[in-house]
Design a protein around this ligand. Structure first.
Ligand code: SF4
Ligand code: SF4
Length: 318
């Protein structure tokens, strides 16, 4: 890889090591910032914005005022009633001076710039674990195809080191950007949120036509990786018999399909909405039960006994 490619920069949310949910074996997952969709149930709202963001956990704030003292934009004051910091987000430029002086971790930093070389240094720390577990690197987000040159460089560099590569993507973007990644990709985890055009648009902000078109093109590509379809299963949105059958029908057309994974809706990201000052739009949806998930998996298996169907949740539904 050239020096220029190693010096390419990307906007990263975070890097998680030793994940067991994002591909085979132990994975180092690189979460990139920025997503073109706006899914109502999103569990990582801090990944959606391409720009960096400041989060604030009021319950951790000591009211010490150190943050206000270093803010050059005068964006922070201490509320005398609650004895806690308040930030005017319109005045905040996300310099993160306040995060660096906060003694209680009340201020969260969402986003940082890293070079390909710096990310690879993190990835290489776990090479030995990849080797013994059959793991590797997974790019997720946010949406890695939004930063396609950076993502392609990470996949390529990993591949050249013999590290297994995976990508989690909503596939909403220019196919030219997706195409750049394929020669270096072992497994694509493709989100298929709903087969109905209108429902997809209502719940994610965009319709599904570009996604289905891109998935068909990946399937036809000479560099097609193995494909795992991932359905973020949300009660009342996409768990109907009709949508499940339509999803199975679409899967039949994929040559390199390795399996179908259901990722049941959860509320683990709800604190992040609060930290960002955002409304949580799925408050009415009841947390799913293991019985519901089991039932949906059984339904799929009744209609396609050959396809490998699994759940990426903590439930042990088979
Ligand atoms: S991130 Fe920077 S500009 Fe924003 S509130 Fe903190 S110190 Fe002020
Ligand atoms: S520095 Fe941290 S703990 Fe102190 S007032 Fe600011 S946010 Fe609260």
């Amino acid at each position: 890889m050239t020096e220029n490619q190693l010096n390419l920069t990307g906007n990263i949310l975070r890097i998680e090591r030793s994940s067991i949910h994002d591909g085979s074996g132990l994975r180092t997952v690189v979460f990139l910032k920025g997503c073109p969709l706006s899914c109502s149930w999103c569990s990582t709202p801090e990944s959606r914005n391409f720009e960096f963001e400041k989060g604030f956990a009021a319950e951790l704030c000591l009211g010490c005022g150190k943050c206000a003292a270093v803010c050059k934009n005068n964006a922070i004051y201490i509320d005398p009633d609650n004895k806690a910091a308040v930030t005017d987000r319109n005045m905040c430029s996300c310099c993160f001076n306040c995060a660096n002086v906060c003694p209680s971790n009340a201020v969260k930093i969402y986003g940082k710039t890293m070079t390909v070389s710096e990310v690879m240094d993190e990835i290489k720390k776990d090479e030995i674990f990849f080797y013994h577990s059959g793991g590797g690197i997974t790019l997720g987000g946010g949406e890695p195809i939004n930063q396609s040159d950076f993502s392609a460089a990470l996949l390529r560099e990993s591949r050249l080191l013999g590290i297994n590569t995976a990508l989690e993507s909503c596939l909403y973007g220019n196919y030219q950007n997706i195409e750049k990644l394929l020669p270096w990709l072992d497994t694509l985890y493709a989100d298929l949120k709903h087969m109905d055009y209108g429902m997809h648009k209502k719940w994610t902000g965009e319709d599904n036509s570009l996604i289905l078109e891109n998935l068909a093109k990946v399937n036809q590509s000479e560099y097609s990786p193995q494909i795992v379809i991932r359905v973020p299963l949300v009660p009342g949105f996409n768990d109907s018999d009709e949508n499940m059958l339509a999803t199975l029908q679409f899967c039949k057309g994929l040559n390199n399909l390795k399996g179908l994974e259901l990722l049941p809706y959860h509320r683990l990201g709800i604190d992040s909405y609060r930290y960002l000052g955002l409304d949580y739009r799925c408050g009415e949806i009841p947390p799913p039960t293991a019985e519901w998930l089991s039932n949906r998996i059984s339904f799929l298996k009744e209609h396609n006994s050959e396809l490998v169907i699994s759940s990426g949740s903590g439930f042990n539904a088979k």
